[in-house]
Design a protein. Structure first.
Length: 531
């Protein structure tokens, strides 16, 4: 068994408003949940993360007004590191100083002064003295950033890089990480030993600092309370629980945290660990667009809402997330081609979504063939996989990076909606035409219930994810063209996609062609007829 990596990190803060301002306005994270500590409803529980609250990006706080500072020491997480794109630390050092943040190690003019295992690092503290780090990571630029603050996208935080645990003795903690949690010992330098899960996700690294002389940590403002690592689902979590108990850890029973299910245990070095499920996530009790706006309470506390609200200090989320989530009004988020309609009358539009390795020019000839005279809108996939462009990341062929898919599905849907406005496209006369990877993200927009256009031609599509619950697609019309001999999409998979769309209420015409994965003349004929 093997975890993907960090799910979230939870720390103690003092003043709630300062905490909220620092993480949203200075670091540019999204405030994804405003709730209370389920075990102590008199205090807030704040969650900061990426746009969707993806596991691996979530930093949470219990802000206790007037809390005294704790002490960093053995038996706790003594540094929390975020990933940033390569080359961004100098800009971060400027930004942090501009906001009056205490920077402990900063890049000298032009080049970073400090590196860890070869990666440039910037160390600083929040106003409660919580040790934070930014580490340049070549993978970071491939993850989408949250645009809620004025942090330029080119330097914005992309989830966690790692946490550092300080313990008096490495052996027990190393044993837990490698023999129970599935980490691999990757490197060491001095007292620091690096462990990784090798997953393609944020937060795959845990560093352990062995310091025999370190005094025990004292919980208080600026000190991490626990670190949570990821379980895929509840079945996975039950296996962890059994494995932990077999290894004689006093792990708690599963607790329902509304946004995930959790078990907790203290490892022998003293660090409190949690294992949290990836689902159901932060849209469990409010829509993506309004995350963090309202105080959310678990069902058991809802009847005490009036009393709870009376006791919580008032806070203000400085910038309205409604404005935050609005697409950058320029259409620059995706490189694209737009060819206006040349046919008279009410112009039809095709939104063309290319396959892996294609570009915005790829499907233009197809568009001209199947709908002569129609307007053509064709964005370029913004994920670069070894020089091949696609619309979202995959872990390997046919296995998708679900966090990335979720974020990019919404980003593309917002961009299409913005293009509909900017180019005066009539969505009722528009059709998405996706091939392969482009068909998969079109299917993802439909299944996520965020497609700005209700008509789609999906060529060689597969199931991008399985929504639960199903969206209402009763106004949606889909033509699916699959290949009987497609080596990439097994016919059972395309059948399942057609079935999912139908069960969600869509009208689906699913045609299976005598073809493999590539486009054929028959695809064009059927697409033109269906249109
Ligand atoms: Zn937790």
């Amino acid at each position: 068994m093997k975890t993907t990596g960090i799910h979230h990190v939870t720390a103690i803060a003092s003043d709630p408003q300062r905490n909220l301002d620092f993480y949203t306005q200075v670091l540019g994270l999204r405030f994804v949940k405003r709730t209370v500590n389920f075990d102590d409803p008199a205090s807030y529980h704040f969650y900061f993360a990426d746009e969707c609250g993806s596991p691996g990006t979530i930093l949470t706080f219990f802000p206790w007004p007037g809390a005294k500072r704790g002490r960093q020491g053995a038996g706790s997480v003594t540094a929390t590191a975020f990933r940033v794109p390569a080359g961004s630390l100098a800009a971060w050092a400027d930004r942090l100083r501009h906001h009056g943040v205490r920077v402990l190690s900063a890049p000298a003019a032009g080049s970073p002064a400090e590196s860890r295992f070869g990666a440039p690092i910037l160390r600083f503290e929040d106003h409660d003295g919580m040790p934070l780090e930014l580490i340049e990571s070549p993978d970071a630029a491939n993850s989408r950033a949250w645009h809620g603050a004025d942090v330029p996208a080119a330097i914005a935080i992309r989830g966690f890089h790692s946490v550092t645990l300080t313990v008096n003795e490495l052996a027990h903690t190393a044993d837990l990480l490698t023999s129970v949690l599935g980490y691999r010992r990757a490197d060491s330098a001095g007292a620091r030993t690096r462990f990784t899960t090798d997953a393609a996700a944020p937060g795959v690294v845990i560093d352990v600092l062995e310091d025999p002389a370190a005094p025990e940590s004292v919980l208080g403002a600026g000190v991490v309370h626990h670190v949570a690592i990821r379980a895929r689902d509840e079945a996975d979590q039950r296996e962890w629980l059994e494995a932990l108990r077999r290894a004689r850890f006093a792990a708690t029973d599963v607790r329902d945290r509304t946004y995930f299910r959790s078990i907790y245990f203290r490892e022998r070095g003293g660090v409190l660990f949690e294992i949290a499920t990836d689902n159901p996530g932060f849209t469990a009790d409010e829509p993506l667009d309004s995350l963090g706006h309202a105080l959310k309470l678990p069902p058991g506390l809802e009847r005490h809402r009036a009393k709870i609200e009376q006791h919580l200090p008032p806070i203000t989320l400085r910038s309205a997330p409604a404005a935050d989530t609005a697409p950058p009004s320029d259409l620059a988020a995706y490189t694209h081609r737009f060819i206006p309609a040349s046919a008279p009358g009410a112009p039809r539009t095709l939104v063309l979504l290319h396959g892996t390795g294609g570009s915005e020019d790829d499907l233009l000839p197809l568009g001209k063939r199947v709908a002569p005279g129609a307007a053509l809108l064709s964005p370029r996939g913004d994920v670069n996989e070894n020089g091949q462009l696609r619309f979202f990341k995959r872990l390997r062929e046919g296995v998708f990076d679900q966090d990335d898919l979720r974020i990019r599905t919404r980003a593309l849907s917002r961009w299409i909606a913005a293009a509909i406005d900017a180019y005066r496209i009539d969505p009722a006369l528009a059709t998405m035409v996706g091939f392969s990877n482009g068909a998969n993200i079109a299917a993802a927009m439909l299944l996520a219930g965020v497609a700005p256009i209700g008509r789609a031609i999906l060529i060689r599509a597969m199931v991008p994810f399985t929504p639960d619950p199903l969206p209402d697609l009763s106004a949606v019309n889909v033509l699916m063209l699959s290949g009987r001999d497609d080596p990439i999409v097994p016919s059972a998979n395309s059948e399942r996609l057609a079935d999912l769309l139908r069960r969600a209420g869509a009208t689906v015409d699913h045609q299976v062609l005598d073809a493999a994965h590539n486009l054929t003349a028959r695809d064009l004929t059927l697409a033109a007829q269906w249109l």
